[in-house]
Design a protein around this ligand. Structure first.
Ligand SMILES: [Fe+2]
Length: 333
């Protein structure tokens, strides 16, 4: 249903004289979309491609000037890889020209996350301001403080079953991407699984069973379409082709309070052997737990689970699929 709605609208207006993609960033927005925003799975059109910031040439220019500590170049271990089966792996891209990085992503096994690209660079920031400026006008929400990254991902890229702790929007720009979205119930995202990810900031993955797919909403996201869903809905993504997308996220009072309350519940469960439930807590209990969680975060009761990011391959233009395995070493760039 969503897919149909999204594909019905596509008039290329970029040739029209005086067309400003930033001014008309959300061309098919309606009152119904305002009502559904963040409450349901919903899609809307955007004009990101028309800004010219997501062509091959623009992305090469972006990769040349993006700070290396905010750039992730990864690969996925094959299921039969002797050392790193099915694992997301961190790569060393130092000294590799941007043109080669883009070629590597197109070749198949490499994906690139240009973290905070939409915030760091003035031209992209102007676009991010337009995206959220229009959203503010349409929804009446003034409190957005978004971060935006650009995903340049290969045809075989797969994002495993996970959820996001903040409100996210996926603004798909180029290629074919399929997303699976799952219900927000204990079966698909239990309180305990949520708590576990709260104490481990590097990992948002959830336990997944293939039988879950019977209840998934499966959406092929058309180019030029943004998709959003209710806070914390579990999802996974399969690329069908080389893809370019923008992901934006922002915290709200609700996300901050929930995450702090979940931290309290994690501590009650693991330190005191209790069996807390955010789902069953009333408003007062949630508020109290969120206050406690903000304090707990600064104490040794919450262990520091941050692990060292280890590099296990480097990008090499001369290698097949551009990937050369290395002995693991800590990422320092
Ligand atoms: Fe996500």
């Amino acid at each position: 249903m969503l897919t149909e709605n999204a594909t019905q609208y596509h008039e290329d207006q970029s040739d029209v004289e005086g067309f400003d993609p930033l001014a008309s960033m959300l061309p098919d927005w309606t009152e119904a979309k305002t009502a559904a925003f963040q409450k349901e799975i919903m899609s809307f059109r955007h004009n990101l491609a028309e800004t010219g910031l997501f062509t091959d040439e623009a992305l090469i220019d972006l990769l040349e000037r993006h700070p290396s500590e905010k750039l992730d170049v990864c690969t996925m271990g094959a299921s039969d890889h002797p050392l790193y089966p099915n694992k997301f792996r961190t790569g060393d891209f130092r000294g590799v020209p941007a043109r080669v990085l883009l070629e590597a992503a197109k070749a198949g096994r490499v994906w690139i996350n240009v973290r905070e690209a939409m915030n760091v660079h003035a031209d992209y920031k102007k676009t991010l301001d337009a995206m959220y400026g229009r959203l503010s006008e349409k929804t009446g929400n003034r409190a957005f403080n978004p971060k935006g990254g650009i995903l340049i991902s290969s045809p075989v890229a797969r994002v495993p079953y996970h959820f996001d702790k903040t409100q996210t929007i996926l603004w798909h720009v180029r290629g074919q991407k399929r997303i699976y979205l799952y219900p927000l119930t204990q079966k698909f995202i239990s309180d305990e699984a949520y708590e576990n990810t709260i104490t481990n900031y590097l990992n948002d993955d959830l336990p997944y069973e293939t039988s879950f797919d019977a209840d998934a909403e499966i959406i092929d996201i058309p180019e030029g379409t943004a998709l959003t869903w209710p806070l914390n809905s579990p999802h996974r993504v399969n690329n069908q082709t080389f893809c370019v997308s923008v992901t934006t996220e922002y915290s709200t009072r609700e996300t901050g309070m929930k995450n702090a309350a979940m931290l309290t519940n994690a501590t009650l469960r693991h330190r005191l052997g209790m069996n807390p439930s955010y789902a069953n807590d009333g408003d007062m209990a949630r508020k109290l737990k969120s206050v406690v969680g903000r304090v707990l975060r600064k104490t040794p009761l919450v262990p520091d689970m941050t692990t060292t990011d280890m590099v296990t391959f480097r990008i090499d233009e001369t290698a097949e699929s551009f990937v050369v395995d290395t002995e693991p070493y800590p990422r320092t760039f």
